[in-house]
Design a protein around this ligand. Structure first.
Ligand code: KG4
Ligand code: ZN
Length: 344
């Protein structure tokens, strides 16, 4: 038997928000499959996620998505060594579907169950497929619910250096997109329009860029966009729309990057790891790449497929915890909509 065959087969379920996702990992070496049933079309008419619709649709999708993962991963249920599910943060009614299904599966198979923190999933996702493994560094986690700067010391040893005082970066993208009448989710729409806009067209605030800490605030920027829109003609021209998107996007990116690089310098870290839905943003990817090059820092950035919510990051995190010798979770571990990564 070679080393890879001795790695545990872990099936993980992610249902924290509006994606029903299942993945199977072979240890931290390999992701065998990563299935996602997206509910975007279901929630689009409402301009955001409707919790009850989300949980009911998880309930409908979970069995077929598990079946697809087993088939595409070429794995049978009896081969699994462990089962994992996201325990939080997220919508309680959505989390419960994945959590309960995962526990039932683990119980039925007589295998250990791992409750996984969704933020830890994002945090470690830049290391998926990285031959050098999970290592020390400064992480920027930017999603619809979170904006965090974290010092990674080792698996399960994290220090939160800063977070947002109000809106998460992705939330700011989504709210500004709503003001601009763009479809949900707004981040990718702003990203697309900004490609043809001028990021210097409008002078928008880089909130807290000089605060000397690693805290963020995006609500002032959102308000600044609101007042900017009052001054522009109500029916925005195509050029104005693209320029507002580019200027807003650049204001968010400038603060995210300045603080991440400052955190790496202050802690003497050599690596920057970037993850979460907003790390799909094409301008952020370009700017963080050049900022890290300039500062002599190694950059690990989650692939776009592993940036937005997925179960591969949950399977990878569970496998990393198993490798680190961390005990399985008790089957009466509750889900926690406000689960924290570490004391912050
Ligand atoms: O990580 P994620 O899928 O879910 C959470 O855990 O929140 O992140 C979703 C967020 C949304 O706010 C979405 O608008 C944003 O990520 N997002 C983007 C892009 N793609 C997704 N924001 C900016 N540019 C993008 N290309
Ligand atoms: Zn997420």
């Amino acid at each position: 038997m070679n080393t890879s065959e001795r790695q545990p087969l872990v099936l993980a379920i992610e249902t924290s928000c509006d994606e029903t996702a299942v993945s199977i990992a072979r240890g931290t070496n390999e992701i065998l499959c990563s299935e996602i049933a997206s509910q975007i079309a279901i929630h689009k008419p409402y301009g955001g996620v409707v919790p009850e619709l989300a949980s009911r649709n998880h309930n409908l999708a979970i069995q077929p998505v598990i079946a697809a993962a087993l088939e595409n991963g070429g794995v049978s249920l009896s081969q699994l060594d462990a089962v994992a599910a996201t325990a939080g943060p997220g919508l309680a009614s959505s989390l419960l579907i994945g959590d309960t299904t995962g526990k039932a599966l683990a119980l039925g198979l007589g295998k250990p169950f791992y409750s996984i923190n969704h933020i830890e999933g994002h945090l470690l996702s830049p290391f998926i497929g990285d031959d050098n493994g999970i290592r020390e560094g400064i992480a920027l986690v930017v999603s619809g619910g979170h904006t965090l700067i974290v010092k990674i010391n080792a698996v399960d040893d994290y220090e939160v250096l800063g977070s947002t005082k109000d809106d998460a970066a992705g939330e700011a993208f989504d709210k500004v997109a709503k003001m601009l009448d763009l479809p949900y989710p707004g981040g990718p729409e702003i990203d697309k329009l900004a490609r043809e806009g001028d990021p210097a067209a409008f002078d928008l605030p880089r909130s807290m860029i000089d605060s000397g800490d690693f805290q963020f605030s995006f609500s002032g920027l959102k308000t600044a966009v609101f007042y900017l829109l009052q001054k522009l003609p109500e029916a925005l021209s195509e050029t104005d729309l693209k320029n507002v998107c580019a200027s807003f996007q650049q204001a968010v990116i400038d603060v995210l990057i300045a603080k991440t690089i400052a955190a790496a310098k202050q802690t003497g870290s050599k690596l920057v790891a970037v993850s979460g839905g907003v790390s799909c943003n094409s301008q952020l990817r370009r700017d963080i790449t050049s900022a890290c090059e300039k500062a002599g820092l190694e950059l690990a950035i989650a692939t776009p497929h592993h940036s937005t919510d997925n179960a591969a990051m949950i399977a990878f995190t569970a496998a990393a915890r198993i490798e680190a010798g961390i005990s399985p979770s008790l089957l009466n571990t509750d889900v926690n909509p406000n689960l924290k990564l570490a004391a912050d």
